[in-house]
Design a protein around this ligand. Sequence first.
Ligand code: SF4
Length: 466
Amino acid sequence: MVVEDVAGGDVPVAAVGSTGVRALEPLLVATHDGESAFVTNADVSDVEAAVSSLSDGGLPDGADARVSHGDAPTSLPAPDLDGFAGDRAALARCGWIDPRDPEAYDAAVGFSDADADAVLDAAADLHGRGWGDWSQDEPLGGLWAGVRERDDPAVVVVNAHGNPGDALLLEGDPFAVLDGANAAARAVGADAVFVYASEGDEAAAASARAAADAGDFDVPVEVVEGPAVYRAAEPTMAIEAIEGNHRLEARLRPPGPEVEGVYGDPTVVHTARTYAHLVGALAGASSDSRVVSVTGDVETPTTVELGEAATVADAVDAAGVGEYTAACVGGKFGGLTRDLDVALAPDALSANDLGTEGVVEVLGADECPVAFVGRRANVASETNCGRCVPCREGTTQLTEKLRDVYDGTYDEAGIEELSRVMASTSICAFGRDVPRTVRTAMDEFDDAFEAHAAGDCPTGACTGEL
Ligand code: SF4
């Protein structure tokens, strides 16, 4: 590792996690006398030069950005570089503090010792984040109060499965996530915390395990990995995975996890983002920011954090995306739109039939929206859990109806009716969300669907299939 090669002198050098702006990484930050210099895409010689400059009492020459700040900032002094727009609250320490060192977190934030009532107060108005959160877009307070009132000991689950922002937090600031979960355990009377990550996010799981071992928490913390498939983030499937079940199916509800969760105990399930925002709320900070990961047809996937009044376009801009046909906003089964001038606040996203998952997938300039939505429906038909008929059969029929478009039959009313039934009767959010991608694509790109039915793909991308 680069830092170990050059460490050992008077200048402390530490490897930290990602900032989320991966196009700039490896990112070198040299800090001295109230100022930090940022060197992007750094290599060994940059690290050596920075150590040499710091040994001589200065910052390295030729940095890509410099930021003046007070002594010993507790969070990354965000530079004027693409990707660092807006206020970083949940992501504040990602790329700044050593994720292996509990003392670094304690010095920066201080592990919370707030009592149960104080935590409940802080959580009262905090809204959940992400489709893997049982309080998705709803305040935590009421749910937690109900769990607390039950006689059984409760369980706290950190659902960090599959979302790039959650994985980033586990990787770069795991003590914040665990600190938030530990505070939640106090608030609801839990005697166990489970961190649930995807097998595909090895760094996140390893970082969470190291933090669970190194931290001094009130209750035991265990890290469990689940299969790297989208559906596995669904809160009740997360509980199934934590219990060791290999065939992941959503649970019927009611009762929900808050009544019968892990091993039958009342359980709160929130994403890593939600617990990171709780840490901010416990410190009295506002929680009206959103962690958004920009993926798809982008040079490098980027995770940014912006205020709720910022727009989807701002997030895409911050990720350095220039041209696009549309974006799928809100996760794998988000809404498709070419108008990105929509605020990141959940009510604004929902009003525009977009999702609030915190993932924006960009469709490049030559990507066909009809082909995109057909592939997405096919993924849904192949990866749903099979538990309920509306989703299991509906996704198959939806895929067939979208294939029929290529054969000249665009059954618009039939697709709409099927979508309506799936959205209203599927057991879990997976099946309820799939129709959104199809519905919004038909609204936004109706002319493209008609053109395909007439044997033409306006982008030229589907020539071979028509
Ligand atoms: S909606 Fe789909 S993923 Fe959810 S329970 Fe039904 S079949 Fe399974």
